[in-house]
Write a protein of this length. Structure first.
Length: 256
């Protein structure tokens, strides 16, 4: 015997789902910076475009007690509400160690150990973590499962070669630091693969090469404007296609 769910009950369930998603969206927004960071000559801006009401990308930037400036950008395996919940776990884990002045590679190693203790099947979080020392003008970066960021300067643009296994997968994962020397006017562009993996109506991906050329052409563009140009280019490229993944980017700029 089949029973029919009254229309009013279905509407009430849908309303509850919408309210829960709205609350989840509000909670996730708290994990994101509200505005750009201005700390002396350093400007850090970001852009986040989730695929659904909530997403699995996460990021933050902050001043450390020793005068350094830190930032991280991450991407959880999966999409939607389950990914957003795991992103909250990842953020809570990395926040427990990132403001202690620990080297980026050690932060990721600690994050890996802690996520393994709270292992979730079929879930992991790729992440890049960076610390800038304004005294030496050096940025130290560690990466785990993400495409290397781009270093933009007056002389050109280069993609940084970084590797590492996403935290939460293997107990013996190893992470190393890459150090780059920044000059006034330099920027470092970090992004998740939602940008490079965006498809057009012919099934072609936006790709790393297009992103690289955008960074080359706009390497002297103000930070906020560069982010807007990148997201506009991806949106125009994939016009007519449904967004397949969350898209997030952070731009670190060392001003003149």
């Amino acid at each position: 015997m089949h029973t029919t769910v009254p229309l009013l009950d279905l509407q009430a369930q849908e309303k509850r789902r919408e309210e829960e998603l709205e609350e989840a969206r509000a909670i996730q927004s708290v994990m994101m910076p509200e505005e750009s960071l201005h700390a002396g000559p350093v400007i850090i801006s970001h852009e986040f475009q989730p695929m659904a009401a909530v997403g699995g990308d996460f990021l933050d930037y902050f001043e450390l007690s020793n005068g350094n400036i830190g930032l991280y950008l991450g991407d959880v395996c999966g999409k939607g509400l389950p990914a957003a919940l795991y992103a909250a776990l990842a953020v809570g884990t990395v926040r427990g160690v990132h403001k202690t002045g620990t080297a980026p590679s050690d932060v990721l190693a600690t994050m890996n150990r802690r996520l393994l203790v709270r292992g979730v099947p079929r879930r992991h979080a790729a992440i890049q973590y960076a610390v800038f020392d304004p005294r030496t003008r050096q940025m130290h970066i560690a990466s785990a499962g993400m495409t290397g960021p781009f270093h933009l300067s007056a002389s050109g643009c280069r993609q940084l070669a970084l590797s590492g296994i996403p935290p939460g997968l293997f107990p013996d994962a190893y992470y190393e630091n890459l150090t780059i020397q920044l000059k006034p006017g330099d920027s470092v562009f970090f992004c998740t693969d939602g940008l490079t993996d965006a498809y057009d109506t012919h099934g072609e991906q936006f790709g790393v090469e297009r992103l690289y050329l955008l960074c080359v052409e706009n390497r002297l563009t103000p930070p906020r404007e560069l982010l807007e140009k990148v997201f506009a280019a991806v949106d125009n490229f994939s016009a007519g296609c449904e967004q397949q993944d969350d898209m997030a980017a952070t731009l670190f700029h060392f001003a003149e």
